[in-house]
Design a protein around this ligand. Structure first.
Ligand SMILES: *[C@@H]1O[C@H](CO)[C@@H](O)[C@H](O)[C@H]1NC(C)=O
Ligand SMILES: *[C@@H]1O[C@H](CO)[C@@H](O)[C@H](O)[C@H]1NC(C)=O
Ligand SMILES: *[C@@H]1O[C@H](CO)[C@@H](O)[C@H](O)[C@H]1NC(C)=O
Ligand SMILES: *[C@@H]1O[C@H](CO)[C@@H](O)[C@H](O)[C@H]1NC(C)=O
Ligand SMILES: *[C@@H]1O[C@H](CO)[C@@H](O)[C@H](O)[C@H]1NC(C)=O
Ligand SMILES: *[C@@H]1O[C@H](CO)[C@@H](O)[C@H](O)[C@H]1NC(C)=O
Ligand SMILES: *[C@@H]1O[C@H](CO)[C@@H](O)[C@H](O)[C@H]1NC(C)=O
Ligand SMILES: *[C@@H]1O[C@H](CO)[C@@H](O)[C@H](O)[C@H]1NC(C)=O
Ligand SMILES: *[C@@H]1O[C@H](CO)[C@@H](O)[C@H](O)[C@H]1NC(C)=O
Ligand SMILES: *[C@@H]1O[C@H](CO)[C@@H](O)[C@H](O)[C@H]1NC(C)=O
Ligand SMILES: *[C@@H]1O[C@H](CO)[C@@H](O)[C@H](O)[C@H]1NC(C)=O
Ligand SMILES: *[C@@H]1O[C@H](CO)[C@@H](O)[C@H](O)[C@H]1NC(C)=O
Length: 683
């Protein structure tokens, strides 16, 4: 009883408090339409609008009133983020001196403003924060800014060019500076070493040159330093070791002279370390394995020594090094939260993985070149293949049995889902065979297609590309630069390839054709992001190679060609032509027993098709037979059932027909689950 009373009392008390609170809140709100900023600042805003090309500021409203159109409130929590977050916000600080309000922050992002960085910004003496990322601004950083007391400057993803000016070093109040994904060139001025309050410096994706400036060692408060694909040259300045407060260090793609592993021993708080493609040789120092790193990416270097790893590190990328020694036992026991990529190394033990997971990439990690079985035989299939592969980092997975891929790397700065490994067209594609280009395979770093079981001889490989992500309008979305290399049979065939430049437009196809020779039954096609181009346009995490479709055709007897789409969902059944896709989907459904009694089934896009299995045909006969099929499938006549395609499995042939109501073709289908070893697109 007493307890119950007590409870109610507290209720009443709470209610009373609430009333008091609401009353005072109403009082405050009615009081606080803040005064506008001084006239000088309003005038400066007019000039700034003209310089930026910002046309919709409403000067009839008070810029300090956060209920006016000058302010974009934060998105409510749990609302799905739009693809492009537009923000057009001005805020004031009214507690600086004597109740006067001053412009304090300006945030204009995702707006495609096409002007220049405004000189008049310096007429806002209290401005602390200027955010102009994802616009279409050109020119460089105005000299006038040097006199300001700016703390936070974000200029990412614009068209800013010219050298990084030395007078930036005068803004010693700076704690955050991002210049990434622009066209800045020249060397980093040593004056930046004066920015001793700097905590975050992002210089990725520019055309900068020279060595990393040793003066950066003065920035001892630095927590985050990013210099990826910036254009810099090695070696590592030893002075970087002084940045003991670093939590995140990302440096990649240093050209030129190599170096040993830098001394990072005192960076006790380091949690993300990326030193990719930096021409680092020698051993990995043992303390690295002791550090509490969430991410460790040392891929594409010349690092030696035993791999030891850290069980607690979520992402371990050591792709393409010279690591040796046995693989530690625990890597086989990590669950799918952990990604480990040891592909392309020189691990001496002939130990094959005891259990293969999609999160452990051991493609070519063993000395001797490959760990997939004997060269003389068809490469062995890993037992861990899945029908619905959706991509992901650190992966080695077979595409059916004859096509396999190895994907390395990780898309930074986005909460990565398997969707990030597939691009989808954002506008209508008008080219012939547009279905080949509506989806494309993406990889953050390196993507290898490995096609097995081919006969010796010469082949024509056709690579189908179309840039369906980066746009070609007057928007920041067109400022992305996707640059990568393509190797066929490990021969560099395309260097610094840029799909949009090659096609001279977005959404337009480029087909590149290559002759190659197969000597050991296998063909490899590798797409490699060479650390050039942008990393954050149209959004952070957009970079790496893109491939829409691949076709491989034998030159000796060109009866048929294999055409595969690299679109993901189908990759495992990586299809390219819609026809083949249908075959595959059926194959999958079939394997799952959907066709038990030889029934028809509905394919995913709603087309009903019929399958027929032919009785065994002879080995010699199948090529001719396929040839015939090719012709039949091209025929279209109202009295003929359309043949969509076929699958060859050993000596069995499966035919895929248009489904006709009351037709009995499909009744010939046997319901036994099968794995297909080869697909033929007859389009
Ligand atoms: C600007 O603000 C005033 C006052 O709120 C309003 O009456 C006017 O319609 C606004 N102008 C535009 C173009 O939105
Ligand atoms: C809007 O301004 C008032 C004071 O004028 C302040 O109390 C409130 O926190 C501000 N709201 C936002 C979202 O900034
Ligand atoms: C826009 O910027 C303002 C000021 O920095 C910020 O308070 C607000 O959350 C941002 N809005 C969105 C939608 O990002
Ligand atoms: C106003 O400026 C003071 C002093 O720089 C700062 O402490 C305070 O957080 C600022 N207020 C707002 C609302 O930004
Ligand atoms: C930067 O500061 C130096 C001295 O600290 C001064 O001589 C120079 O004029 C300043 N540069 C600009 C552009 O204000
Ligand atoms: C590491 O982080 C802790 C806690 O945030 C902090 O107290 C310490 O100063 C940091 N150490 C360095 C070297 O920055
Ligand atoms: C890596 O460094 C070595 C010498 O340290 C140099 O000979 C080599 O050319 C460099 N490699 C690249 C790709 O720059
Ligand atoms: C590497 O591992 C091998 C085999 O366990 C061991 O014999 C060797 O001493 C190790 N090397 C180093 C440098 O730790
Ligand atoms: C790889 O390791 C083997 C010994 O296991 C060694 O003979 C070979 O030279 C190494 N390859 C490279 C490129 O270091
Ligand atoms: C993608 O391209 C196809 C073929 O042109 C078209 O039908 C589809 O509408 C496009 N998707 C989008 C989102 O524009
Ligand atoms: C499509 O192919 C036909 C025949 O090859 C050709 O005439 C036509 O120009 C092509 N259309 C486009 C948009 O490329
Ligand atoms: C393929 O060619 C290689 C070398 O050119 C030869 O050793 C091998 O026996 C050939 N294989 C077949 C099946 O012809």
């Amino acid at each position: 009883m007493g307890r119950s009373t007590c409870f109610q009392t507290s209720h009443i008390f709470g209610f009373f408090l609430l009333l008091v609170f609401m009353e005072s809140k109403n009082k405050v709100e009615s009081q606080v339409e803040p005064p506008p900023p001084p006239h000088d600042e309003i005038r400066a805003l007019h000039e700034i609008a003209a310089e930026l090309g910002k046309k919709d500021w409403n000067f009839s409203e008070n810029p300090c009133n956060n209920k006016s159109s000058w302010y974009t409130p934060p998105l409510p929590p749990n609302v799905p983020q739009p693809t492009v977050v537009k923000n057009s916000s001005v805020t004031c600080n009214c507690s600086l001196n004597g109740g006067q309000c001053h412009i304090y922050t300006i945030r204009l992002s995702g707006l495609d403003l096409s002007g220049v960085l405004p000189r008049s910004l310096s007429k806002l003496p209290y401005l602390k924060e200027i955010v102009l990322f994802r616009n279409f601004l050109s020119g460089t950083i105005p000299r006038e800014w040097a006199t300001m007391k700016l703390e936070f400057v974000s200029l990412s993803s614009n068209r800013l060019s010219g050298p990084v000016p030395s007078y930036l070093g005068n803004i010693t109040t700076l704690t955050f500076l991002s210049l990434d994904d622009n066209l800045f060139s020249g060397t980093i001025p040593p004056e930046l070493g004066k920015l001793v309050n700097m905590e975050t410096l992002i210089l990725n994706a520019n055309y900068l040159t020279g060595e990393l400036p040793p003066a950066l060692a003065n920035l001892v408060r630095m927590k985050q330093l990013e210099m990826q694909a910036s254009g810099f040259e090695g070696p590592f300045p030893s002075t970087l070791s002084a940045l003991n407060s670093l939590v995140e260090l990302r440096i990649s793609d240093l050209h030129g002279e190599g170096s040993r592993f830098p001394n990072l021993q005192n960076m006790k708080n380091l949690s993300r370390l990326v030193l990719r493609s930096c021409n680092i040789s020698g051993p990995i120092p043992p303390y690295i394995w002791e550090m509490p790193l969430g991410t460790l990416d040392l891929s594409f270097n010349k690092l030696e020594g035993n791999f030891s790893g850290n069980e607690k590190t979520l992402f371990t990328f050591l792709t393409s090094n010279l690591l040796t020694g046995p693989i530690t036992e625990w890597i086989n026991t990590r669950d799918s939260h952990y990604q480990i990529d040891l592909s392309y190394n020189n691990i001496s033990a002939s130990l094959e993985p005891t259990s293969c997971t999609e999160h452990l990439n051991l493609f070519k990690s063993f000395s001797g070149g490959n760990n997939l079985g004997q060269q003389s035989n068809c490469l062995k299939n890993f037992p861990c293949s899945k029908d619905e592969d959706l991509g992901g980092p650190a992966k080695y997975f077979p595409l059916r049995e004859t096509w396999e891929t190895s994907s390395s790397g990780y898309f930074w700065d986005t909460s990565v889902t398997s969707k990030d490994y597939i691009a989808q067209n954002v506008s209508i594609l008008k080219m012939n065979n547009s279905e080949l280009y509506t989806r494309a395979r993406l990889s953050p770093l390196s993507l290898t297609y490995y096609i097995r079981c081919l006969a010796n001889g010469s082949y024509t490989v056709k690579l189908h590309f179309a840039e369906i992500v980066i746009r070609d309008n007057s928007s920041f979305q067109s400022l992305g630069r996707r640059v990568f290399d393509v190797y066929i049979q490990e021969k560099l065939e395309l260097k610094d390839f840029n799909i949009k430049n090659a096609a001279k437009a977005a959404d337009k196809e480029v087909i590149r054709s290559f002759k190659t020779v197969v000597r050991d039954k296998t063909l490899s096609i590798r797409f490699h992001w060479a650390g050039k181009g942008t990393t954050a346009t149209p959004k952070r995490g957009i970079y790496g190679p893109l491939i829409s479709a691949i076709s491989v055709e034998s030159d000796s007897k060109p009866q048929f060609s294999k055409v595969w789409n690299t679109k993901m969902k189908m990759v495992v059944g990586a299809v390219v032509s819609a026809m083949c896709l249908i075959v595959l989907t059926l194959g999958i459904l079939w394997r799952r027993g959907y066709f038990g009694g030889g029934k028809m089934s509905r394919e995913q896009d709603g087309t009903i098709i019929a399958i027929k299995q032919l009785s065994t045909i002879s080995r010699q006969g199948d090529r001719e037979f396929l040839n015939e099929l090719g012709m039949i499938s091209g025929l279209q006549h109202p009295n003929l059932v359309r043949l969509y395609g076929c699958c060859v499995e050993g000596t069995n042939l499966l035919l895929v027909y248009e489904y006709m109501e009351n037709n009995s073709l499909a009744r010939a289908l046997s319901g036994k689950p099968r794995t297909f070893s080869s697909f033929v697109a007859l389009t």
